[in-house]
Design a protein around this ligand. Sequence first.
Ligand SMILES: Cc1cc2nc3c(=O)[nH]c(=O)nc-3n(C[C@H](O)[C@H](O)[C@H](O)COP(=O)(O)OP(=O)(O)OC[C@H]3O[C@@H](n4cnc5c(N)ncnc54)[C@H](O)[C@@H]3O)c2cc1C
Length: 576
Amino acid sequence: MTGDGIDSTARLGPAERAANFERLGQGTFDIVVIGGGVVGAGAALDAVTRGLSVALIEARDLASGTSSRSSKLFHGGLRYLEMFEFGLVREALRERELMLTKICPHLAKPVSFLYPLSKPVIERPYVGAGLIMYDSMGGARSVPRHKHLTKAAALRLVPGLRRDALIGGIKYYDGQVDDARHTMTVARTAAAYGAVVRTSTQVIGFLKESDRVSGVRVRDVETGQETDVKAKVVINSTGVWTDEIQRLSGGRGRFKVRASKGVHLVVARDRITSESGIILKTEKSVLFVIPWKSHWIIGTTDTDWNLDLAHPAATRADIEYILEHVNKVLAVPLTHDDIEGVYAGLRPLLAGESEQSSKLSREHAVARVAPGLIAIAGGKYTTYRVMGADAVDAAAEDLPGRINPSCTDEVPLVGAHGYPALVNQADRLAAQHGVHPYRIRHLLDRYGAEIHELLAPAADDKELLQPIPGAPDYLRAEALYAVTHEGALHVEDVLARRTRISIEYAHRGTESMQCVADIMASVLGWTAAQAAREVEAYQARVDAERRSQTEPDDMSAEKVRLEAPDVRDLATSPVA
Ligand SMILES: Cc1cc2nc3c(=O)[nH]c(=O)nc-3n(C[C@H](O)[C@H](O)[C@H](O)COP(=O)(O)OP(=O)(O)OC[C@H]3O[C@@H](n4cnc5c(N)ncnc54)[C@H](O)[C@@H]3O)c2cc1C
């Protein structure tokens, strides 16, 4: 227990997994949340910290949907100002500030962007006025204010820009986060407060009492075991799967969600000489070049997607679109050979407002679609906490008595406690654990106060302080901790989400998978054949993704991508 009174050691390990399946089948939960993306995790944390009993059910892995595939920005959304969405921007900026200062300062960090100006006279006052608003909306701020730069100063900040690509610039700040780690940490925090969090557990049906939803039927997609989970209210927070779950419930939805694909490229940091991220206006939207440790993340695209929701595939055309746009401003153009990682995600957009998704507002919708069933969708990563609170507020109608107000603006995530002090003590921690101070700082930004728990097993096994083969940024102890504490069940979970090895190294994790499988096998009791199957499945996934990225269009890319077997092969898709 910490001074906060939560069980900070709350593990999502194999023992808890077994116990949690039993807990799902017992009693009646106040709220069952479907979907372990950031919105579902946020709703579960919101509900449990109001004093309600909660289960969070995720079909695959935490953040395995859109919430590991975003641009990873906690941002107000500069371009929504142009759409006069002032309320939305204000709310998002308030959330950005909360994340950076109180809720997860170990995970969320300020990041600067250069807005290169290319049009004489009007562009500077126009963008500058927007940034004055951006800097003053949303309350107190921990990031520096924007700054106007001459052409020479802008080029000093971003020497990698073509000299004729700008006539000046403005530097401003936003926040960034490793989305998959953050979502997992929100879910773990919910577990620390008592929520039952279960991954690889798919909702396959609804329980009803007359016209009222009274729970869900779930299947463990690892074992095929099924059980009924009774609930006073069910929250459908499944992002792009919202309509599918709505169909499964047998009722009509109050809104529809459609998917828009966004692709990002990951290139090594030395490919673009810059001290700052860059934001570029495109004909449809904006393109970001975002600093990401020793890499840049560049994206994104925005195209309709009507195919497989679990495995959106990037095409050659997506990659070329991004290269073409970023190369317009780079002094040394990027080529296909510079690309180390590629990922594609699906925006859950509220349908019907406009056919052009980049013009759609990122506002969310919440509705009581049937007695005992709430749906929440749309919005954006940054506002997940508000969305979670809105969903639980809507659930109140189906709960007896008055429920407490949301308090998640006062609830730091697991690892946040004492983070600034730990950073100040990095040298001492380094000596204590026998790890370089640089490494300690890196770990603190991923685990915060959990660093002691993470490194404890290394006291008896120094091998755990060795880097994962092919991924010098990550220690073997991190792969172990992913399984013992963070709910990782497959090699893919560790390489793609608990770490980001799958997008940060040109081998995409294939040089690391055997070591990770061996570490996981020791905890999960895999046989040699099971470990070999995991490695084969991961290799097949990487091969299929690579091949799909050479295909010209979505249909052909998806066909190639789906040739790789799914490690969660019992997860039915679509479920309705
Ligand atoms: C390319 C791109 C860039 C973006 N960049 C940003 C950004 O920088 N900043 C920002 O604020 N927002 C950004 N967004 C938006 C943001 O990522 C999403 O709004 C957010 O992640 C959606 O989260 P979610 O929980 O609604 O959905 P998801 O993360 O998709 O979660 C839904 C979950 O439901 C689960 N599920 C589905 N069916 C079942 C079932 N039957 N049983 C159990 N579980 C089920 C799925 O497995 C999935 O994990 C971006 C989005 C995209 C696509």
